[in-house]
Design a protein around this ligand. Structure first.
Ligand code: SF4
Ligand code: SF4
Length: 259
């Protein structure tokens, strides 16, 4: 399938003659636009399967490239390079190198889900964006995003205690992402809570900051969730061939060291 939008053609593949005349007719400027064919040799034939193996990527095969997701996208309205339809196309055709050119903006999806409501094929493009961002991190193409760091902290706390204590979660998140613990928006939120919440609730919240709240009889659920998480992580590692990639990197390192 060809690329439809001019914005998706890489600038280096667009050629325009500023001064050209053909049989007496001036065809300078955009009239003479020539698009150089792309030559792609490094397909990853497993790319669609790899994304489909991650949570959220399951329905990527349903996409018929209508573009409704991109047309409705909040981030696309601000940055034309953010294009879910195009990335799904690249994934389905195995064009990994092309996809990697946009690796630094894919995580910018704000999870508004407008694309999901617009999609006529129930692809759930929002979830595909999350799966793609997750894939980029697992393959080492991008560092862990703030969103993944938050998810990890949130999940760890729920698995450990069966409860969420917001203050501790936010504090750990700010620390791990290198942000100041005193944030104007946070101070404003706390002030409003102190003004508006009932004293009993505020006391319980204060106590929860000192004594970690736990769900009674949680250990059975914790073990089951931990087992499921470990199974899923193993499945993802296998689907993405991560162990083979690590082995290859180690072999290359060792070969380099003995030269
Ligand atoms: S969920 Fe993400 S991809 Fe979908 S419309 Fe919102 S910003 Fe765009
Ligand atoms: S709206 Fe759905 S079917 Fe249409 S391009 Fe986006 S993901 Fe594909």
């Amino acid at each position: 399938m060809p690329i439809h939008e001019k914005s998706l053609i890489r600038p280096e593949n667009l050629h325009v003659q500023e001064n050209i005349e053909v049989e007496g007719i001036d065809v300078s400027g955009h009239w003479s636009t020539f698009i150089e064919s792309r030559v792609i040799t490094d397909y990853n034939e497993a790319l669609e399967e790899e994304i489909a193996a991650l949570p959220g990527g399951e329905f990527i095969h349903r996409c018929w490239q209508c573009g409704s997701c991109t047309n409705s996208c909040t981030v696309h309205a601000l940055n034309a390079d953010f294009n879910p339809r195009y990335w799904i196309y690249l994934i389905r055709t195995g064009m990994e190198a092309e996809l990697l050119r946009d690796k630094d903006i894919i995580w910018q999806c704000v999870s508004c889900n407008k694309c999901t409501y617009a999609c006529p094929r129930d692809v759930v493009p929002e979830a595909v964006m999350k799966a793609t961002a997750h894939w980029l991190e697992l393959k080492g193409h991008t560092p862990k995003s703030s969103s993944t760091i938050f998810d990890d902290i949130f999940s760890e706390q729920v698995i450990a205690t069966g409860k969420i204590e917001d203050g501790r979660t936010i504090q750990r998140f700010l620390k791990q992402t290198g942000q100041a613990l005193r944030q104007p928006w946070l101070e404003e939120m706390v002030k409003k809570m102190l003004r508006n919440l009932p004293i009993g609730l505020l006391t319980r919240m204060g106590l929860a900051r000192v004594i970690t709240p736990k769900t009674r009889g949680w250990s059975g659920a914790r073990d089951a969730i931990s087992e499921y998480v470990a199974e899923q992580e193993e499945h993802h590692r296998a689907a993405l061939g991560l162990d083979e990639l690590v082995k290859m990197a180690e072999t290359e390192l060792n070969a380099g060291a003995t030269e």
